[in-house]
Design a protein around this ligand. Structure first.
Ligand code: ADP
Ligand code: MG
Length: 677
């Protein structure tokens, strides 16, 4: 009988309730999860180094007779074990040891140890080596590399190894196309295996995993084709009126994306389209055209933003664009009074409000739409996939809303192919004409005075300034300049200027009021936290100052900087940093100074942090590959897609289908049961 890889791990010999808990902390629930828990590196314990050949700094595997075992009372109490063979002698040192350990080493005659050797005084010694003691000369070492596993507190390496051995000895299915052989190899590579062989085995498994993921995403896309949505045909031409009212021409890229979106909306199949465009490329207005199309059919649109400030900015823009067309927009935030909220909810339920703008407050059960046909999600990397999905059920008569997803995160193409295989992707790859480049400077905080002078000059010539801080208030734990501190310091330095303060703890109404004053130019310098990261749009602002820039990631710095350079005047960005930068921070600041290209910066970010962080998926738990590392394996995607499509095209009855099911079952996340295409 073959073993079912989906058996719960507590069926495995040696796994009791306590061990089970530790394993679960590592994401190991079933046999297959343990099998997929691969070593992060290996130690070569296949060859013993003769004691006389060891040099200081060597990390090696040794064996010897125990010559002496003594407790030393020096500056620190320690246990010293001297071992010898025909070639020489060395020492093992323990500064923490138990009575049990001491007795056992005292009684034993041989020891085998793995560790790094250094001189302690004149004696070549390994401190706290991994070791095993024996009464009789031990058997020759096992001929495979020793795996080192990612582990968690209370779970020893030896423990995981023993479990892997138990598991490896079970009668696994020999079906072709299964990754089991490769997995077994990776758990116990033979002594002379070189690392390129290991890497390529890992790559093969990553290939399978990515293929399974691709199939699932494709499967979703196919299932969506079976769902129903409200088709939104062309009609009254209110979009054309907006075009005339806008005061600018759409860029070619915007026009192309608008028509891609509107074409999708005409179909009675739910749209799922990702609009990617760098900061300032003008995504909001694209969304407005989609909302108009829905309103023309007397249907509703929900527009969801990740922050209240951004929701408020969208509300102001949409009102300005849509009110002249007779389309009503409403703002739903968490900060309305009970009676205000009641009337907003009623207006949504009765269908008076055609465009509903808000934060995740829109998800709440009590928000009932009259006829929701379109959900627009802005800056989607801030949301989890589950949040996004929850709007999907707010449609009417079993119809799903179309989904339009907007992101400024410029995702490298290979990643898009992998992670968004279920979506159509549009790219706004052009900035509106007349945008001025932004010159970026890095400034050590001792020179802050010169930046204040620059701000003063800019204000004198009628321009405006953002001054961004990473904290609201001073903090004992974090050594960074706070917004409240900067506000009073700048008010003192620039007494004749009008200075405002904006942060996330303020009430919605206060924030709107401050933003309005800044837009009208009544506030000349706005001290803010990173709440201004997204969506804030004041073309007259030409100076962006960021305090403690070393604390922020590249994506966030790029977003913040994108708040300036929106008008016709040249803009500057000052990144103020504290001395003693880490290598990573240095690299980020230099990248910012060198480039204004979101794609380039995203690639740098990818190198620095790995894809999980970039896509924001790590936080939201959207996608964590077990083996595949998109930083290493993204180049596999074209082949993954080819193989995935080939499997999907295969008739259900043939062997391919069995391979496919095996693939999917292997890679199904622990909590979702079996996957199907
Ligand atoms: P993002 O893509 O970052 O969301 P926005 O939609 O906020 O960008 O647009 C940034 C600014 O550019 C807004 O003031 C918007 O009105 C303006 N804008 C958008 N499209 C154009 C265009 N084609 N020409 C000039 N300005 C534009
Ligand atoms: Mg935007």
């Amino acid at each position: 009988m073959n073993v079912d890889p989906h058996l719960s791990i507590d069926h495995l010999k040696g796994v009791g309730p306590k061990l089970q808990q530790s394993l679960e902390r590592l994401g190991i629930y079933r046999y297959i999860d343990l099998l997929l828990h691969l070593p992060q590196r290996y130690q070569d314990r296949t060859k013993l180094t003769p004691l006389g050949h060891i040099r200081a700094g060597d990390e090696c595997f040794v064996e010897g007779r125990i010559k002496q075992c003594v407790v030393l009372f020096g500056k620190r109490r320690s246990l010293k074990v001297t071992i010898e063979d025909e070639t020489g002698e060395v020492h093992l040192r323990f500064f923490h040891f138990s009575r049990y350990q001491q007795n056992k080493l005292n009684e034993a005659h041989y020891v085998r140890a793995y560790g790094e050797f250094r001189f302690f005084g004149k004696e070549l010694s390994a401190a706290h080596p991994q070791y095993e003691s024996f009464d009789d000369p031990p058997e020759p070492p096992i001929p495979t590399l020793t795996p080192i596993y990612p582990t968690t507190q209370g779970l020893a390496q030896g423990h995981i190894r023993r479990l892997q051995n138990t598991l490896g000895a079970l009668p696994w299915s020999q079906q072709s196309g299964t990754p089991f052989d490769k997995l077994k190899f990776l758990h116990q590579p033979p002594a002379d295996t070189d690392f390129s062989t290991i890497d390529s085995a890992r790559e093969d498994i990553a290939f399978d995993e990515l293929t399974a993921f691709y199939l699932v995403m494709k499967g979703r896309a196919l299932r969506r084709q079976q769902e129903h949505a409200t088709g939104l045909p062309r009609s009254a031409g209110k979009g054309r009126v907006l075009l005339q009212n806008l005061g600018f021409h759409l860029t070619q890229a915007q026009a192309r994306v608008v028509s891609e979106v509107l074409n999708d909306l005409e179909l009675a199949v739910p749209m799922l389209r990702l609009v990617q465009g760098d900061v300032g490329s003008g995504k909001t207005v694209v969304a407005a055209f989609a909302a108009i199309r829905a309103a023309e059919q007397n249907c509703q649109t929900a527009l969801m933003a990740p922050t209240e400030l951004l929701a408020e900015q969208h509300f102001i823009n949409f009102q300005a664009w849509l009110q002249p067309l007779g389309i009503s927009t409403i703002l739903l935030t968490g900060q309305l009074s009970t009676s205000e909220q009641r009337s907003v909810l009623q207006s949504i339920e009765h269908g008076h409000a055609k465009v509903v703008i808000g934060t995740h407050a829109l998800f709440q059960q009590k928000v009932i739409f009259n006829n929701l046909v379109l959900a627009i999600i802005d800056e989607q990397h801030r949301f989890g996939v589950h949040q996004r999905m929850s709007l999907q059920h707010k449609g009417k008569d079993g119809r799903q809303p179309h989904q339009l997803i907007m992101t400024a995160t410029p995702i490298p193409r290979t990643l898009t192919m992998a992670l968004y295989a279920d979506m159509a992707v549009s790219v706004i790859d052009e900035l509106p004409k007349g945008r001025q480049p932004i010159t970026t400077h890095t400034v050590e905080e001792g020179n802050r005075g010169s930046v204040i002078d620059r701000a003063d000059v800019a204000i004198e010539s009628g321009q405006q300034v953002y001054w961004v801080c990473t904290l609201i208030d001073d903090s004992d734990e974090i050594d960074a300049v706070s917004a409240t501190h900067s506000f009073s310091a700048l008010t003192e330095s620039l007494p004749s200027r009008s200075i405002g303060l904006l942060h996330g703890r303020m009430k919605s109404q206060e924030k709107i009021a401050v933003m309005e004053q800044f837009k009208r130019g009544e506030i000349q310098l706005l001290v803010a936290t990173t709440v201004v990261e997204v969506g804030v749009d004041v073309p007259n602002a030409t100076l962006m100052v960021i305090e403690n820039a070393e604390r922020l990631g590249l994506a966030q710095l790029h977003q913040l900087r994108g708040r300036v350079g929106r008008g016709s005047k040249a803009s500057h960005c000052f990144l103020i940093f504290t001395k003693g930068l880490s290598e990573g921070a240095k690299t980020r600041l230099i990248a910012m100074r060198e480039s204004q290209d979101g794609f380039y910066l995203a690639e740098q970010d990818l190198k620095l942090r790995g894809p999980g962080d970039i896509l924001g998926t790590r936080q939201s738990g959207e996608q964590n590959f077990r083996i595949a590392d998109l930083g290493l394996h993204a180049h596999l995607m074209p082949r993954v897609i080819a193989r995935g499509d080939e499997l999907l095209a295969a008739p259900a009855a043939n062997l391919q289908h069995a391979v496919l099911n095996e693939l999917l079952n292997t890679w199904a996340p622990a909590d979702s049961g079996h996957l199907t295409v």
